[in-house]
Write a protein that binds this ligand. Structure first.
Ligand code: G6P
Length: 479
């Protein structure tokens, strides 16, 4: 960091590195791969950037340090804060509330207090890092109070916020006991980005219902007592993407292509390999997918010698009850289907409760004939985009839930309502039977979109829109 501070500061719940502590208490870290960091790295290096985030473990204190041309600023959380702010309010209140209450959200006042306390800590860390007149970009639902807290501390900076998950309709959001505080927290930003137009529209409607501000199109006006506009906030859609070129190049690598071939062989060279890749999360519709697949086997429309389903379910939020329940349900269903329909050497479902490095994922995508994305609600879904970027051979088929942000963009996917199990069965079977010519036609259309609209374009568009926001002098009582 220069003496003047950082021109661009990113604030996200997690730092883009994994920390480990050895037996002697020595802390080391290594880069965790991710689209967001690869998109922001060039901008961060140029802008003398800093990234403020949690290091993923309890009570781990570390000073800011340099990594790949960025300053990383660790925020420390203790065990109670992890339980109440991260597992509690973020992932057992906001996450289910923002995903159509698929699981019931829990409302606890202590969790809210911890959420406020931790958001303030992130805001203070960002306020220390950012240069005069600099830019701060805050990410996701864990940190919705940071924009207004930061504006109070540093009225001189531009503040952007991006919501990576859906923003719910007012009628659902209204359940939140602290609904006004959350909206006011977000309105501290100059620009609020969402995945879909529908999310931005839900937010704007919520602002009209809960505050006195008027909206004109996507702009929210802050007025003084005489009705003069003193500040503007914009709420628009900026659909996120992946490092498309990087993923395409990875999937073309000789070792990855060879590994894809090896995977097909290890699975017994079935005609059709189906693949699901998800964090083990109840929003992903994993149970619906498995049910539909099991029924297709039961009906004899698919057979285990001809096809197999590989389901990668990476461990996630394992201390939250709803995730523990889901794991039991998924594993019971997989066990039953394998028991009922599997044969020696022909498992119906290969279920993998692990996470894998990007090389292995790229090989799995290349080895698969059909990828199943059946989310019940999903902000975007980047698995869909990774699959497309990996298929430079123009092969494969994508079954995509209409309840994903990706469905708004990916013309060429086979869209489905995952709640309708009969429709889901029909679409899975149709995807399995697409001719190579039909696959090519659809995949080419999908690749034109994904290879053009990558994550670098996403971050550039967001930051340029933020820089173009009018800077209006703010009267102290309105700041
Ligand atoms: C979603 C959220 C991210 C989050 C990720 C992994 O994609 O939008 O903010 O980081 O899930 O979840 P975790 O709780 O492990 O950070």
């Amino acid at each position: 960091m220069s003496n003047e501070g950082n021109a661009l500061v990113v604030v996200a719940n997690r730092l883009p590195v994994d920390f480990t502590v050895d037996d002697a208490g020595e802390i080391s870290w290594k880069r965790s791969p991710g689209g967001l960091v690869s998109a922001l790295e060039p901008v961060m290096q140029q802008a003398d950037g800093a990234w403020v985030g949690w290091n993923g473990s309890p009570d781990l204190y570390a000073d800011p340090f340099e990594a790949d041309g960025m300053t990383l600023v660790p925020v420390t959380l203790n065990a109670d804060e992890i339980e109440q702010y991260y597992e509690g309010f973020s992932n057992d209140t906001l996450w289910p509330l923002y995903h159509d209450v698929i699981a019931p959200p829990a409302f606890h006042r202590q969790w809210w207090d911890a959420y406020r306390r931790v958001n303030r800590r992130f805001a203070e860390a960002a306020a220390v890092q950012v240069a005069t007149g600099g830019t701060v970009w805050v990410h996701d639902y864990q940190l919705q109070l940071v924009p207004s807290m930061l504006r109070e501390l540093r009225p001189d900076v531009r503040i952007g916020f991006f919501d990576h998950i859906p923003f719910p309709p007012y009628e659902i959001f209204a359940q939140l006991p602290w609904r006004r505080q959350v909206i006011e927290g977000l309105l501290g930003a100059d620009l609020i980005g969402f995945q879909r137009n529908g999310d931005a529209a839900n937010f704007l409607r919520t602002v009209r219902r809960l505050t006195r501000h008027s909206t004109r199109g996507q702009v929210i006006a802050f007025e003084d007592k005489t009705g003069r506009a003193v500040r503007e906030v914009r709420a628009s859609a900026f659909p996120i993407s992946i490092d498309s070129q990087g993923f395409d190049a990875l999937a073309r690598r000789e070792d990855v292509v060879a590994r894809a071939e090896q995977i097909r062989e290890e699975l017994g060279k079935p005609d059709i390999i189906m693949l699901g890749v998800d964090r083990l999360d109840y929003t992903k519709g994993i149970r619906h997918r498995i049910k539909a697949y099991g029924e297709l086997l039961h009906d004899g429309r698919l057979g285990v010698e001809e096809t197999t389903l590989v389901q990668v379910a990476s461990p996630s939020r394992e201390n939250v009850g709803a995730y523990q329940e889901l794991r039991d349900q998924v594993e019971t269903a997989v066990g039953r289907i394998n028991g009922d329909y599997g044969e020696l050497g022909h498992a119906a479902i290969h279920y993998l409760h692990h996470s894998y490095p990007p090389e292995e994922m790229a090989a799995l995508y290349r080895a698969s004939d059909v990828v199943l994305v059946t989310s019940l609600r999903d902000g975007m879904n980047l698995v869909a985009k990774e699959y497309i970027a990996a298929r430079s051979d123009d092969r494969g088929a994508l079954v995509l839930s209409e309840f994903t942000g990706a469905a708004d963009e990916l013309n060429g996917a086979l869209l489905v309502n995952p709640h309708d199990i009969d429709e889901l069965k029909d679409v899975i079977e149709r995807a399995a039977r697409l001719t190579p010519e039909e696959q090519r036609k659809r995949m080419r259309r999908l690749r034109r979109k994904v290879m053009t609209d990558d994550v670098a374009k996403w971050s550039r568009t967001f930051l340029e829109t933020l820089e173009a926001m009018p800077v209006v002098p703010v009267a102290p009582e309105l700041a």
